[in-house]
Structure formats: structure tokens, C-alpha cells
Design a protein around this ligand. Structure first.
Ligand SMILES: Nc1ncnc2c1ncn2[C@@H]1O[C@H](COP(=O)(O)OP(=O)(O)OP(=O)(O)O)[C@@H](O)[C@H]1O
Length: 738
């Protein structure tokens, strides 16, 4: 680049000086004039004004018009000024030069450029300029007399940054003046007051209950306080960090049961429900304090449609409910989940924090009776969590069992081998002094929400009445218990007493023996007792397995019938039962002396087939529900993928990631799926649309979709196929696998 090429610029003041106060390219080839400002600074003020006025007025040609059309009158001095200043900017801003202006013809443009340059230089020797300069003197009179000059005229001081001011500012951080807050007396004025308002807004937004802040209400800060107003902020910051930082020991967990703890007052919430405000507990109790005080609505996500909708549906019509797992099943499973998440502070019940490797004990006895000694010892059942694998287990504790040798626990090895669908699997057995006594502990698989046969059929609980005993349910129990007996026999063991309080219902109609193995251990313990103690603990268990089964079924069956004669003889009771003869025959067989398991199995075979049929139907039902959830899981993964990709905060600076770059269609697609509004601007909440779109995206169909940005300035037509490719590509890039 030859310097002569930019000769035209040598009289034009450098815009860098104008803006920044200096030009860092001054001695590095910048072709613009750098001396003018120095001269101007030295020149006296009146002179400068005169120069300015004189040069400014030059903007109007002699005929009082400007531009190629010659139609702009001198009256439009403001617009004229703007045009010329615009032009000046374009010239001095090193951008498109004078000659390329489209709106002005060449001579005029050139003239204006030169005239404007005179605004600063007043030093032109060019003939053209001299002529123009002469011609504009008249216009000056016109302009000065014009009423429009009042507001914004040529006399308005031009913006001339004082280069001295900027040059005195040191780039060093140390020399940057520090902000000194206003004296306390001026606290009611901004900006301090503004800060206080921010603090209070923050406090209100975050709902921080900080007495330090509370004592200094917004806008009424004490005038004679000598404290820095930022003291508020430090306390706010402290409380913010306190409020927002995660502390596992104080982080609340959802504990529905604990709602009744430490009740101080009830508050009526706006939704018309009563929830409980708990006193702030201390220490460990904080962990268990109630946070969700509203009763859980298990059907919140997809409530079943009202009957009039359900009944009047056409075959091709679906409700949201149809898209998901059946509401009843979901509610049931969610209740089970909730039950298994229940916890309570160890302090509250004086429970040990750990028993062996098990912790988080939670008593699950529904009707704990200290005097009930089913095994000859008081027994309590807890839900607990294993420290080893994080799984939940049921822990049965027998209090004060006189175990003198660990050898009595060996028999449990055999019980661990029992793999039966109608027995609760035993996991572990040990003794402990964690409860301050000699407790025998047995660990079993945990089945949330299970009730014993006794509880299910003979007791009522809040929200649950005793279940009716029917012939079908009795057949069901008989066959399942027969299965348990058979399986236990296979490993050379016997079931021990068959008690309705030691059989749990873990699912609809599904029963399991809940305390297998205990009897064997206690028998061995008994063997080791001294003779007199042995006699005291004697529990006669001479019945055959089938007889035990018969007694249990008879006990359940006779509870359904009013017996005319009070008798204990099963052969007198059975004929009085209001059940079918087949059932009565089966029950009577269990009480016969020569009853065998094999013969009994033959007897109940037709009923086993019926049960097998029901179980298979139940399996099909579960599988179909699983299928619908399977699709949901697929869509959830797609949701997750989309969310992983779009609106990544760390990519905000890098526009190429989502906002304007390659991934912009994904952002628009998300808007298309989730953020549509109707004609009235109301959000469109249509799950079918969402599922349709996501399914098409997942399948990558060839169909095109019109994606429009919210401001309607960008429209894209893309196929789901391309979108899918883009999503996959972006996701791989995110994983660093591209
Ligand atoms: N493995 C288990 N999983 C889940 N809950 C269980 C399990 N075993 C027992 N339970 C539940 O624990 C509670 C107490 O059981 P337990 O056998 O002690 O019955 P109980 O009626 O209290 O008898 P007892 O009067 O002899 O103590 C019952 O509600 C039962 O459903």
C-alpha cells in the first residue's frame, strides 16, 4: 500500500483520537491527521467556536439544496447536519469512502466530505472548497436565523473527548480509584439505598429469614449509623451461602411419617389444605424433618379420565391415561416406593445408628405388642439398609435370646438355599448388643407395604378395612403354602409353626413365609439351655406340615361363617362352612392321619391349573404395562439427549453451539415441540403433539418440519431425519467422540 493512496486522508482528523484520546497507530502508518487535536487544544476557545460555526455552515450549497436531486431545502438543517455527520463518520471511521455513497452523487459527496473535514481543519487550499466555503457564508445567516437551530444546531458543542483526561488514567489496577460509599447520612439516597433495596428484594425472593437484615428495613436505614451499608451485603452473603450451600446433615428429606413430630401450629395454606409447621429440630433430627407437607397425589401425572369420557371414547380415541402404565398399578407401585423411603431419626426411637452393617432402622410393625411372643421371645421387625450394597432389608430382632455359642446359627446356611417364590429369602443371621441386650438378628428380603395374613384379614388401619376371605383366596393360600412346604422339604427342612402372623402378603394374593429359619435356631438354642430352662421354653410342635396347613386354612375359613355349635373338632366345623364341597373335601383331607403331600398335590391339581392360569394372565398384564413404560423410557432418553445438547450455559459465550450456530435447529425444534402458543398467545399443552414429534425424531422420518424462531425472523424447513442426525452428531460431540 503506497502512502499516496491515502493522501486524501491526511487532512481528516483521526477518529481514534476523537474516541479514545490517542491513536495507537499514529506512528505505525495511520494516514489520518493526528495534529489537528493538538492544535485545537492550543487554540483559544472563541477561535474554536468561530471555526466550528464557519465550517459547519459550509454544509449547504449556494442554492440552498443538497444531494443529487437538489431537493433538500436549507430549512432542514437538522437532517442536513445528521447526514453530513453521518458522512463524516463514514469517512473518518475508515469505512466506505466518500465515492461509494449511493444516495449522493459524486461531486456533492466529495464536496461534503471535504467540507466536513474542514470542520476540524479549516485549512483547505483546494479551489473547490474555497468556492464552497464562500457560497456557504450566506447559508450561515439563513441557518442561524432558523428557529430549528434552537434545539440542535451548529452551535451545539461537538463531542470532543479531552484527551488529557483519558491520558491521565493509568492502566494499572492499583491506581484505579476505589468506590467510597456515601456517608451514612445520605443512605436514603441512591445508590446505597438502591443496594439496600436489592438486598431486600433478594431477601424477599430467596425468603431469607435473617434477623441481621430484618433489623435494617429498606429505605429507612438509620441516618446516624456509621456502619458501611455493605455490612448488609456481607450478612446477606453469609446467609445466602448458608441457605444455598448443601449440607447433607441438614438437607431435608421427604419423610411423610415425620409430619406428626414436633407440631407447634397448623397453618392453613392457600390451597385449602392443612399442613403442619414443625419446630426446628436440632442435630440429626433436622435430617428427618418434614419438608413435603402435602399429601402425595399419586395420580397427579396422568389421572384417569372421568367415567363419562372413558365410556364415550371411540375405539380410535385415547386419553393421556392410555399412554402410560395403568393408574392403579402406578399408584400402588408409587406407594410401595414411598413406603420403602420412609425414615425416622434414631434419636426419636432410641435406636442404634448401626446394627452390624445395617443402618437407617425404621420399625415396620403395624401392631407392635410387647407381650406377643410368637417365638417365645419378643420380636420386632425393622426396615434397614445395608451398608454393603445399599439395598433395603427387613431385620427381625428377637430380644434377649440366650445364645451361648455361635454354632446355633449355622443351620441358617441351609435356609439360605431355599429358593421359593412363597418364602421370604433369609440373608443373614447374627447376634448383637447394639440394642443393649442379647438380640438375635435375622435379615430377610424386604417387601414394602406387606401385611401379615392376620393384619390383612382381621385388622383395620387408616384407609384400609380388613379384606374379605373368599373361597378363591383360601384356595390360593393353600396352594402357595403347599408350594412353600414342598420347596422347604426339598432342602431337608421343615417349616415350623405355621402362624397367620408369620405369613405376609407381598402383592395382591401373593403370600410368603416371613420368618423362615427362626425355629431351627431356637430349637438349637433350647438344646443348649439347662434342663429347668428347657422345660420353661418348651413349645410343642408335633403336628405334621399338612396338619399345620389344615389348621391355618380352617382358622381363616371358619372366620367367614357363624358356627352353630361351638366346637374345636375340624370334622364338625368343616361341614358348616359355606364353601363348595371340593374345598371342604380338600380341607378335610389335611386333617386325616395318613395324608401325604404327594396325594394332597394330586387333590388340588385342578386348582393349581386355575392358579397358574391367573398367574400367567397377571404376567401378561404386567408385561403390557412394562411395554408402555418401555416407550416412555425411550422418550425420556431422547428428552435427556435434547436437554444435554441445548442451552448449555458454558456454551452461551460460544454462539456456535446453540443460539446461532450449527445447533440452532435443535433449539428451534424444542420450541416447536414444547413452546408453541395458540392464536391468543396461550401456551399449547398437548402431550400428543410432544410424543408425536419426539417419536418422529427418534425414528428419523423423512417428513419435513417448519421451525420458526420466536421473533419469527428465522424460518427453517428441516426433515426429522436431518434433525436426528444433528442431534446424534451434537451428542457425540458432547461426549467428545466426534
Ligand atoms: N420381609 C418383610 N418385608 C416387609 N415387611 C415385613 C417382612 N416381614 C414382616 N414384615 C412386616 O412386619 C410387620 C411385623 O411382622 P411380625 O411378624 O412381627 O408380625 P406381628 O403381627 O407383629 O407378630 P408378633 O405379634 O409376633 O410380633 C408386619 O406388618 C409384617 O407385614
Amino acid at each position: 500500500m503506497s502512502s499516496s493512496q491515502y493522501d486524501w486522508a491526511k487532512n481528516i482528523p483521526c477518529r481514534n483520537i476523537q474516541i479514545h484520546g490517542f491513536c495507537k497507530f499514529e506512528h505505525k502508518g495511520c494516514s489520518y491527521n493526528h495534529d489537528i487535536f493538538q492544535k485545537n487544544a492550543l487554540a483559544s476557545q472563541p477561535e474554536a467556536t468561530t471555526t466550528s460555526t464557519t465550517t459547519a455552515t459550509v454544509t449547504t450549497p449556494s442554492n440552498g439544496t443538497i444531494g443529487s436531486s437538489g431537493s433538500v431545502s436549507t430549512g432542514a438543517s437538522t437532517s442536513l447536519m445528521l447526514s453530513s455527520s453521518k458522512l463524516l463518520n463514514s469517512v473518518t471511521g475508515h469505512s466506505t469512502p466518500i465515492t461509494t455513497s449511493s444516495s449522493l452523487d459524486k461531486p456533492n459527496t466529495l464536496k461534503l466530505g471535504l467540507l466536513n473535514s474542514k470542520l476540524f481543519s479549516n485549512n483547505l487550499s483546494n479551489n473547490n472548497t474555497t468556492t464552497t466555503s464562500t457560497t456557504t457564508t450566506t447559508s450561515l445567516n439563513d441557518l442561524t436565523s432558523s428557529p430549528t437551530t434552537k434545539k440542535f444546531n451548529l452551535d451545539s458543542p461537538a463531542f470532543t473527548p479531552t484527551s488529557n483526561k483519558f491520558s491521565t488514567i493509568s492502566p494499572s489496577l492499583d491506581t484505579i480509584p476505589t468506590f467510597v460509599p456515601s456517608p451514612a447520612g445520605k443512605l436514603e439516597q441512591s445508590p446505597v439505598n438502591e443496594n439496600a433495596t436489592i438486598a431486600s428484594t433478594l431477601r424477599n425472593t430467596l425468603n431469607i429469614d435473617n434477623p441481621a437484615i430484618e433489623s435494617k428495613p429498606t429505605g429507612t436505614l438509620s441516618p446516624n449509623t456509621t456502619e458501611s451499608p455493605f455490612a448488609d451485603f456481607s450478612s446477606l452473603k453469609a446467609s445466602l451461602s448458608k441457605t444455598n450451600s448443601f449440607n447433607p446433615s441438614t438437607a431435608p428429606v421427604f419423610t411423610p411419617k415425620a409430619a406428626s413430630v414436633n407440631v407447634v401450629n397448623d397453618i392453613i395454606n392457600p390451597m385449602g389444605q392443612t399442613f403442619i409447621n414443625t419446630q426446628h429440630p436440632t442435630g440429626e433430627d433436622l435430617f428427618y424433618q418434614t419438608t413435603n407437607l402435602y399429601p402425595v397425589n399419586y395420580l397427579l401425572y396422568a389421572p384417569p379420565p372421568p367415567p363419562h369420557v372413558e365410556l364415550n371414547k371411540n375405539p380410535n380415541e385415547r386419553t393421556v391415561d392410555d399412554l402410560f402404565i395403568s393408574s392403579k398399578l402406578r399408584e400402588y407401585l408409587q406407594m410401595k416406593n414411598e413406603e420403602s423411603l420412609k425414615s425416622i431419626s434414631n434419636n426419636e426411637l432410641d435406636l442404634p445408628s448401626h446394627v452390624g452393617q445395617y443402618h437407617s432402622l425404621y420399625p415396620i410393625d403395624h401392631n407392635f405388642d410387647y407381650n406377643s411372643k410368637s417365638f417365645g421371645y419378643t420380636s420386632v421387625v425393622y426396615k434397614c439398609m445395608s451398608n454393603e450394597n445399599g439395598k433395603l432389608y427387613a431385620m427381625r430382632r428377637l430380644q434377649n435370646v440366650p445364645i451361648s455359642s455361635p454354632s446355633v446359627l449355622k443351620c441358617i446356611k441351609k435356609w439360605k438355599k431355599v429358593d421359593c417364590a412363597n418364602c421370604v429369602k433369609v440373608i443373614d443371621v447374627f447376634t448383637t448388643r447394639a440394642f443393649n441386650d442379647n438380640s438375635l438378628i435375622l435379615i430377610y428380603d424386604y417387601y414394602p407395604m406387606s401385611l401379615t395374613l392376620m393384619e390383612n384379614h382381621f385388622m383395620s388401619f387408616p384407609g384400609k378395612n380388613p379384606d374379605l376371605i373368599t373361597e378363591d383366596s383360601l384356595w390360593n393360600y393353600t396352594i402357595q403354602l403347599l408350594n412353600a412346604i414342598t420347596e422347604i422339604h426339598k432342602v431337608g427342612l421343615t417349616i415350623g409353626p405355621l402362624d397367620s402372623s408369620k405369613i405376609i402378603i407381598t402383592n395382591k394374593g401373593r403370600i410368603r413365609l416371613s420368618s423362615i429359619g427362626i425355629n431351627n435356631i431356637l430349637d438349637d438354642v433350647k438344646e443348649m439351655l439347662p434342663e429347668d430352662a428347657k422345660a420353661k421354653n418348651e413349645i410343642k410342635d408335633e403336628d405334621s406340615e399338612l396338619l399345620k396347613l389344615g389348621k391355618l386354612i380352617l382358622f381363616l375359613a371358619k372366620s367367614t361363617t357363624y358356627l352353630k355349635t361351638a366346637t374345636d373338632d375340624p370334622f364338625e366345623i368343616i361341614p358348616q362352612l359355606k364353601f363348595t364341597n371340593v374345598f371342604k373335601k380338600m380341607l378335610a383331607y389335611l386333617f386325616t392321619k395318613d395324608a401325604t403331600i404327594e396325594r394332597f398335590q394330586e387333590l388340588v391339581a385342578p386348582m393349581i391349573l386355575k392358579l397358574a392360569n391367573g398367574l400367567q394372565n397377571s404376567c401378561d398384564y404386567m408385561e403390557s404395562n412394562l411395554m408402555s413404560e418401555l416407550e416412555n423410557a425411550r422418550l425420556v432418553r431422547l428428552f435427556a439427549k435434547l436437554d444435554f445438547i441445548s442451552e448449555r450455559p458454558e456454551a452461551v459465550k460460544d454462539g456456535s453451539w446453540s443460539e446461532t450456530g450449527e445447533r440452532y435447529p435443535i433449539k428451534l425444534f424444542k420450541d416447536y415441540v414444547f413452546h408453541q402458543v395458540d392464536d391468543n398467545g396461550n401456551p399449547v399443552v398437548d402431550l400428543t403433539h410432544v410424543i408425536n414429534c419426539l417419536n418422529k425424531l427418534d425414528a428419523g422420518v423423512d417428513e419435513n418440519v417448519l421451525l420458526v424462531s420466536p421473533d419469527e425472523m428465522t424460518c427453517l424447513i428441516m426433515s426429522y431425519k436431518d434433525l436426528k442426525e444433528l442431534v446424534n452428531k451434537s451428542f457425540l460431540k458432547l461426549l467428545g467422540k466426534e
